[in-house]
Design a protein around this ligand. Sequence first.
Ligand code: A5A
Length: 385
Amino acid sequence: MPETKNKKDQDFNEWYNEIVELADLCDKRYPIKGMNVWRPYGWKLMNHVDQLIRHEMINTNHDEVNFPLLIPESSFKKEEEHIKGFGSEVYWITHAGLNKLEEKWLLRPTSETAMYPMFSLWIRSHADLPLKIFQIVNTFRYETKQTRAFIRVREIHFFEAHTCHKNYEDAEKQIQEDKKIANNLFNKLCLPFIFCKRPEWDKFAGAYYTLSIDVLMPSGKTLQLGSIHQYKDNFSKPYEITYESEEGKHNHCHQTTYGMSERILGALVGIHGDNKGLIIPPKVAPIQVIIIPIIFKGKEKEVLETCESLLHQLNKHNIRANIDKRDITPGNKYYDWELKGVPIRIEIGPRDLEKNEIVIVRRDNGEKTSILQNSSVDYIKKELD
Ligand code: A5A
């Protein structure tokens, strides 16, 4: 079987760069550095990860919102630490059409300063709390370190949850919930991680404290896949986010945020992949099962019919499956789908039909098993789980 030019255990970085393009995840030739084009296969994969995140959010009573991309300079400048942290990383808009703007706008690097002026209008009383919202949008950061597909980009596919609470204790409970969400999500993605309390100098700009979600990459470096922040009332004071308590007192909210990005894809590629290509966890694989008909003259019809009937059954059970009917050799098809990281390959040829069997090959460990056709759906479901 053909392998990548660069080897994962010899030159991890070059192997990574090769694989993200070979597997059609993204195209880095777009003429702005750090702004890559999502190709269909990569975008599907990202969407499946987003769906897992949405599922966790909905289960924990977060509502999805969508804020404008642009933020007025005056809103941005309200929290001092935040500006110090992000000031050198933002893109500014100074003109609109032929006019110079009276007040500059910036492209959101994250959305605290877009959301919090609105929160101060939305939150009136203790009955409005907790407020738990999230969005999945693009954010922009003028990264000056070397950019890398998914791992460090300048236009970021970004998830951010923002919550407001009555007091510090309630905000702390939110952080416990956030940790559970991370456990559920990264278990499904088969990514081992640790939480790590960041030292003072490395906490998020404006946060009281920051927990990072870190994985170990094969290069030996850690990669921060997400972060959970306790803000206390650091933002609610400058943004005047207050509520009236049961006793009629006006208090500042305590806030948290939770951020993740397409960097998760970087970890999936880097940690799971091998020299044949991607290995995608079934929960997020755009195609979970690929069926390859092994065609011999005179037996085409029978083989294809069996493939179609299996495809139909798999789809009925919500398994994302496809048949590769291209006019190329089975070997070339195996190579393509291994590169794309499809978890299960099924081979069906005339000899299998005679025995009422199909052949199942797992992408992760290469295990090859023949099973009876009538037990195939249950078997495949179990293997995907
Ligand atoms: N407002 C909070 C949630 C926030 O912005 N936190 S953060 O700055 O730490 O970003 C959240 C996550 O986004 C990071 O943990 C990291 O995984 C990811 N991220 C940050 N900058 C990135 C970049 N340039 N490219 C890809 N992912 C990035």
